[in-house]
Write a protein that binds this ligand. Structure first.
Ligand code: AGP
Length: 611
């Protein structure tokens, strides 16, 4: 879950790498480093964020036209100067950065220890680098050849970039499982875990595939497979603007992304939904509409916030399409022996498209003959490329580690997919279908209206900033939103929180209730409103503090709850999306009130590319 950056060409490499690393910090930020070649190979690295490394290099000659850089999320070896990347080989001539995990590194390390190697760090990366150099020395072969031999012995996931003091005009890279993008410039090349380090320099990129090695010079890019066969680089055009990845006047990316949702929801609908015409146009869904409508079962795989979108999609698809849906944590699905029958359709939901648990799970399901439909935000990401078909959420780059706008776009997309299947199956009436299309079309302006009252949540957050626990409760379609609200609070404020189906509360969690525990109810008007009112009374009877998200015009709950926040009325299928916004804001303001780094919460990273 690290960020990697590389540059070679006529420009100064160091400033490009440092700026690129800052843009990659959402991937990991516990230690950082750069390696440059200016005649000699030099490595600078330390524990802490990119700005701290930058500070430490003021006054140092960092001039060079070739370099690599890394920002880390520790897997093997705690965050420290010695475990920071780049790592140097025993000879000191090679420097390498790595994103991923070498699963059999202990075995490789033992072989090297038996040959007298010593290690400066606790990392799998240093082991792999010395393993490569050992092969090069032993076989008297080129670094490229040594790498090819070594990678055939490696188990795990990796993107590696290597600098070689003896070949000061070349970066060698390899990829399996973790993302690598190469930007094509005039007489220069840029490398990154995503395209953000190269946005202002080029719009032409190559997404490197698994088991490919790239030999990069300023004016040449060669791609080969592990069989040493040349591969033709497929150049894609980037449609990402620099502004999209800057804060735009907001204090944090998380707040910017929360306020972007009227636009991102509109972008997700744009060109797909036409309520007046009664149409939903989604080429990926249309391509597999037969398989989707005749599926015996739909399995939705995801992790974290995307799993909450999957849970809501289960309710919606079963309600509208009358197809049985199973929602699984991708990591559990991966290792339990799931029954995958011919004709089963797997939907994989992922913002980054790089989450290893989800990627490996769908690769397994694909081998077993399932159709894989990807719902992804990052264009060109691994899950998108492994899927048979899919749909992008078009929420734009999400920099804040806590997912917000991608989640609401996932909900919109899953509801559109369900409506398209239901229409094809005639499993709902035309009135209901048309009504829901207009409900979706109205979402951007309803979200706009909610955001206008954001300050109300700032006041509520101030009131509860010293609590240590919280409970989130919802019924039906609002249950997944209770889970999501609790996750957001945990992620950005470090307050322990749990989401539960409101009725489940009586079977245990109610024991937690006292005058210090805030209980957040998602209590918008729907068939179970009466039931949720009783649940609120049960909490108040035990002196619990109630914060309720309710529908405009609700005259019952304001008299019972300690704090309320109104959302516009909407159909019970889309109302959960509206209730998500105040929960995002509540967690944001609580995190800020507690002085937390809401964009880069401790111990987290935006894209979890290791199992
Ligand atoms: C959500 O705020 C978290 N960043 C995390 O739970 C995330 O949803 C999870 O890691 C899945 O990521 P994905 O959607 O990119 O696959």
């Amino acid at each position: 879950m690290c960020g990697i950056v590389g540059y070679l060409g006529p420009r100064q490499a160091y400033p490009i790498i440092i700026t690129g690393l800052k843009r990659q910090e959402y991937r990991g930020y516990d230690s950082t480093g750069v390696a440059l070649i200016n005649n000699d190979l030099t490595v600078y690295k330390k524990k802490g964020k990119v700005t701290e490394l930058e500070q430490s290099l003021i006054g140092i000659d960092v001039s060079a036209h070739i370099g690599i850089g890394h920002t880390r999320w520790a897997t093997h070896g705690e965050p420290s100067d010695k475990n920071a990347h780049p790592h140097q080989s025993a000879s000191g001539k090679l420097a390498m950065i790595h994103n991923g995990i070498i699963e059999n590194y202990n075995q490789l390390k033992q072989e090297l220890l038996n040959k007298g190697y010593q290690f400066k760090s606790d990392t799998d990366t240093e082991v792999l680098l010395n393993f490569i150099e050992e092969i090069q020395l032993n076989n008297q072969c080129t670094l490229e050849e040594a790498l090819r031999i070594a990678l055939k012995r490696v188990a795990g996931a990796y993107v590696i970039l290597i600098l070689d003091e003896n070949n000061p005009d070349t970066i060698i890279a390899a990829r399996k499982g973790s993302p690598l993008v190469i930007g094509i410039g005039k007489g220069e090349h840029f490398l990154g875990s995503d395209a953000t380090p190269m946005l202002e320099y080029t719009k032409e990129v190559v997404y490197v595939n698994d088991y490919e090695i790239a030999i990069i010079k300023a004016d040449e890019l060669i791609l080969k497979n592990l069989g040493n066969e040349r591969q033709t680089p497929y150049i894609s055009k980037l449609d990402l603007e620099l502004a999209a990845i800057e804060k735009g006047g907001f204090e944090h990316f998380m707040l910017k992304e929360i306020f972007e949702q009227p636009i991102t929801i509109y972008d997700c609908l744009r060109g797909r939904l036409d309520a007046a015409a009664g149409t939903i146009t989604m080429a990926g869904v249309q391509k597999y509409i037969l398989e989707l409508t005749s599926a015996n079962r739909i399995i939705i795989l995801a992790c974290g916030t995307s799993w909450h979108a999957a849970l809501l999609a289960e309710y919606v698809i079963e309600e509208l399409c009358r197809i049985p849906v199973e929602v699984d944590y991708a990591s559990e699905f991966r290792y339990r022996n799931p029954i995958i029958a011919q004709g089963d359709v797997i939907i994989a939901i992922s913002q980054s498209g790089e989450t290893a648990d989800t990627l490996v799970a769908i690769e397994k399901a694909k081998e077993a003959g399932a159709i894989i439909f990807g719902v992804v935000n990052v264009v060109g990401s691994s899950i998108a490329r492994v899927s048979h078909a899919g749909a992008y959420t078009h929420a734009g780059p999400e920099i804040g580690v806590a997912s917000t706008k991608a989640f609401t776009a996932q909900l919109v997309l899953m509801i559109m997919i369900a409506l398209k299947i239901a229409k094809e199956k005639s499993s709902i009436s035309h009135q209901r279908y048309s009504h829901l299309l207009f409900e979706l079309e109205d979402l951007p302006q309803k979200v706009e209206a909610i955001l206008k009252n954001a300050d109300e949540l700032k006041v509520i957050a101030e009131k509860y900033k010293d609590v240590s626990d919280a409970l989130y409760l919802g019924r039906g379609y609002n249950f997944p939103i209770a889970l999501e609200g609790a996750l957001k609070l945990k992620e950005v404020s470090y307050i322990h929180a749990e989401g539960y189906p409101a009725a489940e509360m009586k079977h245990g969690p109610i024991a937690l209730v006292d005058e210090k525990l805030p209980v957040v109810f998602i209590a918008t008007r729907d068939e179970s409103h009466g039931k949720i009112v009783s649940n609120i009374q049960e909490i108040k009877a035990r002196k619990g503090k109630v914060i309720a998200i309710i529908t405009e015009g609700d005259e019952i709950i304001p008299g019972m709850a300690d704090d309320v926040f109104f959302v516009p009325p909407a159909d019970e299928i889309v109302a959960p999306l509206l209730s998500t916004i105040p929960l995002q804001l509540l967690s944001y303001y609580l995190g800020v009130a507690k002085g937390c780094d809401v964009d880069k919460p401790r111990n987290l990273a935006k894209s979890v590319t290791v199992e």
